[in-house]
Design a protein around this ligand. Structure first.
Ligand code: 4NP
Length: 161
C-alpha cells in the first residue's frame, strides 16, 4: 500500500515545520509505523532556502531528543503538492499563501494544524521567529500532532480493510 505522505509547511521552514516534521517522525517511529509514512517539511518562501533550523528551534528539539540532522530549508514545489496526502500548515498566512499555489482540485489536502484540536479551530501557531517562544511551538504541536496521527491511522486502517 502507498505510504501516507505528510507535508508540514510554514513560512521559513527553519522553526515550526521542521519541529513538526521531527516530532511526527519520532511518533511514527515510537509506534512502529514509520514505514507507512513519508514525512517532510517545506517553506512557502525561499527566504531561508538552504539554511538549517533556527538555533532556538534546534535547542528546543535537542531538549526533546528530536532528530533534525540534515534538515535544510527549501521552498514548496508542485511535486510536493501533488505527492502530499496532507498539507499541514502552521498559521493563517500559510493557508492564504498556499491557496494561491495549490490547484483547486488539491485544496482539500490543505489544513491548519490546530484545527484538529477541539476548541482550537482557526488558531495559528504563532511564529517563534518573532516571539522566540520555541517552547510554545513545541507545546502546541505536542497537543495537535497526535490527533493528526490518530486520524491518519484510522483512515489507513479503514483503507486496509
Ligand atoms: P518559520 O519561521 O516559518 O516557523 O520557519 C520563520 C523563519 C524565517 C522567517 C520567517 C519566519 N523569515 O522571514 O526569514
Amino acid at each position: 500500500m502507498a505510504k501516507t505522505n505528510v507535508l508540514f509547511v510554514c513560512l521559513g521552514n527553519i522553526c515550526r515545520s521542521p519541529m513538526a516534521e521531527a516530532m511526527f517522525k519520532k511518533m511514527t517511529t515510537e509506534q512502529g509505523i514509520s514505514n507507512h509514512y513519508q514525512i517532510n517539511s517545506v517553506a512557502t518562501s525561499s527566504e531561508e532556502a538552504g539554511n538549517p533550523p533556527h538555533p532556538g528551534a534546534q535547542a528546543e528539539m535537542d531538549k526533546h531528543n528530536l532528530n533534525y540532522a540534515g534538515h535544510h530549508s527549501r521552498p514548496i514545489t508542485s511535486a510536493d503538492i501533488k505527492n502530499a496526502d496532507y498539507i499541514i500548515t502552521m498559521d493563517e498566512s500559510n493557508i492564504y499563501d498556499l491557496q494561491h499555489m495549490i490547484p483547486t482540485d488539491e485544496q482539500h489536502k490543505l489544513h491548519l494544524c490546530m484545527d484538529i484540536v477541539p476548541g482550537q479551530h482557526g488558531v495559528s501557531i504563532v511564529d517563534p521567529w518573532y516571539t522566540h517562544r520555541f517552547d510554545q511551538t513545541y507545546t502546541m504541536l505536542k497537543e495537535s500532532l497526535p490527533l493528526w496521527l490518530d486520524q491518519m491511522e484510522n483512515k489507513r486502517k479503514e483503507l486496509q480493510n
